[in-house]
Design a binder for this molecule. Structure first.
Ligand SMILES: [Zn+2]
Length: 310
C-alpha cells in the first residue's frame, strides 16, 4: 500500500513529461540580432545540450535553427527582401481587416497560393493538393497552421510532410495563431486576436514550437485569424520579427486571381466553394503552367517582388 502511494505521483510525473523535442525547450523568447553571416536571429531558447537560435536569411527568407550562442550585433536597416516586405506590410497596417502584405510584384508571372488551416473537425482536403500538383513539381504552397488544427490533425500533417518529402509539395509554414479565437456575434474590434486578454506571444510562440517539435521550420510569415487586426496588433507582430500576410484574392469572396496576388482559400474542409474556384482556375490555366506562362509562386519568388513602397 505504502509503495503504491509512492509510485502514483512518480507515474503521474512521468505521464506529464511532454513528447521528445518539446521536453527540453526552455526560455523560448523573441530576440533581434545579426549573426556575423548576415542572418537575423528572431527567437532564442535553450535545450538540454545548449542554446538555440531561430534565424532568417534577410535576402532569401530561408529560416534555420542555429546551435550555440554566437555574438549578436544590433540589426541595421538594409535594403533586403525581409525589410522590403516588412515595410510594405507596415504601410498596410490600417483598418480592421486584411492588413499586411496582400500583393507582390513577382519577377515571374504568377501568384502565391495560401491555404488557411483554421481549427476544424473536418479532414484536410488532400485531393485538392493532388489535383493542383503541376507536372513541374513540387507545387509551392503556403500553409497557415493554427495550433488547434495541428493538435487534432496529426495524420494530415504527416501526409503533407510525406508529400513534401516525396518532392510533390514545397511547403512554407505560416503561423495562424494557436487558438484562433472567434466568437460569433462579437464585433470585429473585440474578436479574433483583438479579443481582450489575448496573449499574443503565447499565440505565436506555441505554434512555432509545435512546428519545431515536428522538425519543421516556421517561416517569418503570420496570417491574422479572420484577417482581423488593428494597427497596434500589426506593430506587435512586426516587433516579433514576423510579416503579416493578407490576401488580394480570397476566392470564396469572388476576388480574382491576378499576377502578384496572394490567393486565399481554406483547405480545412470548411470552404469547398473556394476550392472549386481554385480547381476551375487551375484547370483553365494548365497550358500556361505547362509552358511557363503562369507559375504558382514559392518563397524565393518574394525576392525582389516588392519594391518599396508598392
Ligand atoms: Zn483562419
Amino acid at each position: 500500500m505504502h509503495r503504491l502511494r509512492w509510485l502514483c505521483p512518480v507515474l503521474l510525473a512521468l505521464l506529464l513529461i511532454p513528447a521528445a523535442g518539446a521536453a527540453n525547450r526552455t526560455g523560448y523568447r523573441a530576440v533581434s540580432g545579426l549573426l556575423s553571416d548576415g542572418r537575423l536571429a528572431f527567437r532564442a531558447w535553450t535545450e538540454a545540450d545548449g542554446p538555440r537560435l531561430l534565424v532568417v536569411d534577410p535576402a532569401t527568407l530561408e529560416v534555420a535553427v542555429v546551435s550555440g550562442l554566437p555574438v549578436l550585433e544590433p540589426p541595421v536597416p538594409g535594403d533586403t527582401t525581409l525589410e522590403r516586405l516588412r515595410a510594405a506590410a507596415r504601410l498596410r497596417r490600417g483598418g480592421l481587416q486584411n492588413a499586411g502584405l496582400r500583393l507582390g510584384a513577382p519577377l515571374r508571372t504568377g501568384a502565391w497560393l495560401t491555404f488557411d488551416l483554421c481549427p476544424s473537425s473536418r479532414p484536410l482536403d488532400r485531393s485538392l493538393f493532388i489535383d493542383l500538383e503541376p507536372d513541374s513539381r513540387p507545387l509551392p504552397v503556403f500553409l497557415e497552421v493554427s495550433g488547434r488544427w495541428m493538435a487534432t490533425h496529426s495524420d494530415d500533417l504527416a501526409w503533407l510532410e510525406g508529400e513534401r518529402d516525396a518532392g510533390r509539395l514545397n511547403i512554407t509554414w505560416v503561423n495562424h495563431s494557436e487558438n484562433h479565437f472567434y466568437r460569433p456575434g462579437l464585433p470585429l474590434d473585440k474578436n479574433f486576436l483583438l479579443m481582450p486578454d489575448t496573449d499574443l506571444e503565447a499565440e505565436v510562440f506555441t505554434v512555432e514550437q509545435r512546428l519545431l517539435d515536428r522538425g519543421e521550420l516556421p517561416s517569418v510569415f503570420f496570417r491574422f485569424p479572420g484577417l482581423v487586426s488593428s494597427p497596434e496588433l500589426v506593430d506587435r507582430v512586426l516587433a516579433l520579427g514576423l510579416i503579416p500576410l493578407g490576401s488580394s484574392a480570397w476566392l470564396a469572396k469572388q476576388q480574382n486571381v491576378k499576377t502578384g496576388a496572394v490567393v486565399l482559400t481554406h483547405a480545412n474542409g470548411n470552404e469547398p466553394e473556394g476550392l472549386e474556384v481554385l480547381e476551375r482556375w487551375d484547370r483553365r490555366h494548365r497550358p500556361d503552367l505547362a509552358t511557363g506562362a503562369w507559375h504558382w509562386l514559392g518563397l524565393s519568388d518574394w525576392i525582389g517582388a516588392a519594391p518599396p513602397p508598392y
